[in-house]
Design a protein around this ligand. Structure first.
Ligand code: C2E
Ligand code: CA
Ligand code: CA
Ligand code: CA
Length: 280
């Protein structure tokens, strides 16, 4: 018994060692990728009830030379922990705005479409966030009304009054604000009312089982009713089938994003697949 106990412990130590090695490797690779800007942005369409484009969400992609594509769900949390997210977030904003500027110039992006850009709580809470945003908006030839920042509910918990101040400043610039992954966080109805936001994105976990789980249906119904009362629009994430789309429409949710409408794609493929060749 003693023997096997020792072996178990040795095994455990080896495993822990392997995990921390992998973590260190990931951090090193992430530093490298950030320094040499080895990221790309993919774009996923956002549509209305007529299946017409209303914008896109920019989603970061990292293809490591050895490990291939690494999911942002895996590396963004690491980047947040080691602080690299601030630099990565800056890169994302710059890249997405450059892309919109180019598409506007080429007549491929309409003035009433919005580019949704994810902002990490860590990035948002930086004192330098507003100056950085202001500088980026001045640098790129993009109307602020074409920009939508996606933030999560939980980022507001830390320091509500300073977050609120920032959100109002962002709204005053004409930039739109959305709450991402809505329903998974802790925001109370009380302060939802006080937030200057344009849109709630219902988390895909509620959409996934919409057709089979009555409580998810009730949640979507309630979110839509509440948003309507507060004059906020609602976009459903993770819409994968026609059945989901139809049910959401019946529940009076009129904006959507998901594989049913299109996967995230590199810029050229996004335009080819979702934008009619109108004038170029
Ligand atoms: P998110 O912001 O909630 O983005 C939506 C995720 O759902 C994306 O995963 C997207 O590819 C995926 N998705 C879209 N439609 C469907 C669908 O119909 N079914 C399913 N099952 N999934 C769908 P992705 O691109 O892997 O990103 C994962 C998360 O990583 C994002 O979740 C976001 O939290 C984070 N992320 C991605 N890009 C950025 C970025 O530029 N900055 C920051 N801070 N975070 C980012
Ligand atoms: Ca998002
Ligand atoms: Ca989301
Ligand atoms: Ca998410």
């Amino acid at each position: 018994a003693k023997e096997s106990g020792r072996n178990t412990f040795a095994l455990y130590r080896e495993e822990m060692q392997a995990i921390s090695d992998a973590r260190l490797q990931m951090e090193k690779a992430l530093h490298h990728a950030t320094e040499f800007k080895l990221f790309e942005l993919y774009y996923q369409p956002q549509v209305n009830a007529q299946n017409g484009l209303i914008g896109a969400e920019a989603l970061i992609r990292w293809k490591d030379s050895e490990r291939g594509f690494i999911s942002p769900a895996e590396f963004i949390p690491v980047a947040e922990e080691i602080g690299l997210i601030v630099e990565i977030g800056h890169w994302v904003l710059n890249e997405a705005l450059s892309q919109v500027a180019v598409w506007l110039k080429e007549g491929k992006w309409q003035a009433d479409w919005r580019m949704s850009i994810n902002v990490s709580p860590i990035q948002f809470q930086q004192a330098g966030f507003l100056p950085m945003l202001t500088e980026q908006l001045a640098k790129h030839d993009v109307p602020t009304s074409c920009v939508d920042l996606e933030i999560t509910e939980n980022m507001l918990l830390n320091d509500l009054s300073s977050s609120l101040e920032k959100m109002h400043a962002i709204k005053d610039m004409g930039v739109h604000l959305s709450i991402d992954d809505f329903g998974t966080g802790y925001s109370s109805l009380k302060y939802l009312k006080s937030l200057p936001i344009d849109r709630l994105k219902i988390d895909q976990s509620f959409v996934r089982d919409l057709l089979t789980d009555e409580s998810d249906e009730a949640i979507v119904y309630a979110v839509v009713a509440m948003a309507k009362a507060l004059n906020i629009s609602v976009l459903a994430e993770g819409v994968e089938t026609l059945e989901h789309y139809d049910r959401l429409k019946e529940l009076e949710c009129f904006y959507y994003q998901g594989y049913y409408f299109g996967h995230p794609l590199p810029p050229k493929d996004f335009i080819k697949s979702f934008v009619q060749d109108s004038n170029t």
